[in-house]
Design a protein around this ligand. Structure first.
Ligand code: NAP
Length: 328
């Protein structure tokens, strides 16, 4: 391994780029390992690369395309001296210092390389779970979404029926949110009771625009390339009866999986795999010198703006910790 880096940032969503902007401005010359783009989880830019319009990030009066936003953040980070490799991190060693991080690019054939670093910010994000249907994949960004807050206000859903799949807090929250735009929200859930907290479940079930479809799973998303989603076929798992629900969109709200599998022997993670942050309002992890930011450490808010804020915290924490070690 060559020289020791001061700071390696793993991940390139709003948390990673914000951390990079702050760290670069503090002269730390961070190295961002952005992902190699082999699949969704390894996509440089993270989840926002799959979002059409971001309308709720302050500063963009008319919204901004998710991909464009990530490009602009990267440029801003690079302007202050951030170095970027479009490589994917395969493994880490946080047991001894300096830490070690191994990365590769399967797409362009760059073999696994190790880098030694004094500090690390983990900003690997989380991936929304999808049902796993072929047809669901086909209509992604064309009526299928996993984020009502990101996509719910799009014209295609306005005054039209939509389907939300799931029975947890996310499903009822997304369903309730979508009632602002949609004519009716079908809540398709595989059981006959909701997992969601009582108050949120009650609020959803008493909303006249939400119609639960119990004991049911979506079997196929229907539509055309031009029109996008036009309906879903659902199966009642008690009776095996199938039916078609006409709708312009299907929102999967069946949980998220943090992209942290490669960290499990090195950082304390919670039962769902989110990085545990033991100190409230801080970015410190279970390992001194390793910090975490964004959706990989946030099972609750999962917004671009909260991830960016966490990235800022992590860079400030890293800079101060490095200074304490005599590294500037
Ligand atoms: P969750 O609580 O794990 O619920 C996931 C839901 O999706 C469950 O109803 C589950 O069904 C269903 N599901 C899972 N896999 C499925 C599949 N393949 N096909 C169909 N349905 C499937 O996840 P979440 O709702 O995202 O919530 C995650 C955490 O964030 C929770 O702790 C929640 O309280 C919290 N949260 C809080 C708020 C809030 O308070 N404002 C908002 C959102 C989330 P089963 O019920 O049958 O397992």
């Amino acid at each position: 391994m060559a020289d020791i880096e001061k700071l390696v940032i793993i991940g390139s969503g709003p948390a990673g780029w914000t951390a990079a902007i702050y760290a670069a401005r503090a002269s730390l010359k961070p190295l961002v390992l952005a992902g190699d783009g082999v699949n969704r989880e390894r996509m440089p830019g993270g989840q926002l690369m799959f979002t059409t319009e971001v309308e709720n990030f302050p500063g963009f009066v008319h919204g901004i395309d998710g991909q464009k936003m990530m490009g602009v953040m990267q440029q801003q980070a690079e302007r202050f001296g951030t170095r970027v490799l479009q490589n994917y991190v395969t493994r880490v060693d946080f047991k001894t210092r300096p830490f070690k991080v191994w990365h590769l690019n399967d797409l362009s054939g760059v073999a696994e390389t190790g880098v030694a670093t004094h500090a690390v910010i983990v900003a690997t994000g989380a991936s929304a779970n999808y049902i796993g249907l072929e047809s669901e994949k086909k209509f992604e960004n064309n009526g299928v979404s996993a984020c009502a807050v990101c996509d719910g206000a799009l014209p295609r859903f306005r005054n039209n029926p939509v389907v939300v799949v799931g029975g947890g807090d996310s499903a009822v929250e997304e369903g309730t949110y979508l009632t602002k735009f949609a004519s009716i929200v079908y809540l398709v859930h595989r059981r006959d009771t909701l997992r969601a907290s009582k108050i949120m479940a009650q609020r959803a079930l008493s909303n006249s625009k939400i119609k639960p479809v119990w004991n049911s799973v979506v079997e196929e998303v229907l539509g055309t390339e031009e029109a996008g989603v036009t309906a879903v076929r659902v199966k009642n798992i008690k009776t095996n009866a199938t039916s078609v629900i006409e709708c312009r969109g299907m929102f999967a709200a069946i949980g998220h999986t943090p992209n942290t599998a490669f960290l499990k022997d090195h950082l304390v993670l919670d039962v769902k795999g989110y990085v545990t942050l033991p100190h409230p309002f801080r970015s410190l992890t279970s390992v001194e010198g390793v910090f975490a930011a964004g959706d990989c450490a946030d099972p609750f808010y999962r917004q671009a703006i909260t991830a960016a804020g966490m990235g800022c915290r992590a860079a400030i924490d890293a800079e101060r910790w490095l200074a304490q070690q005599g590294i500037h």
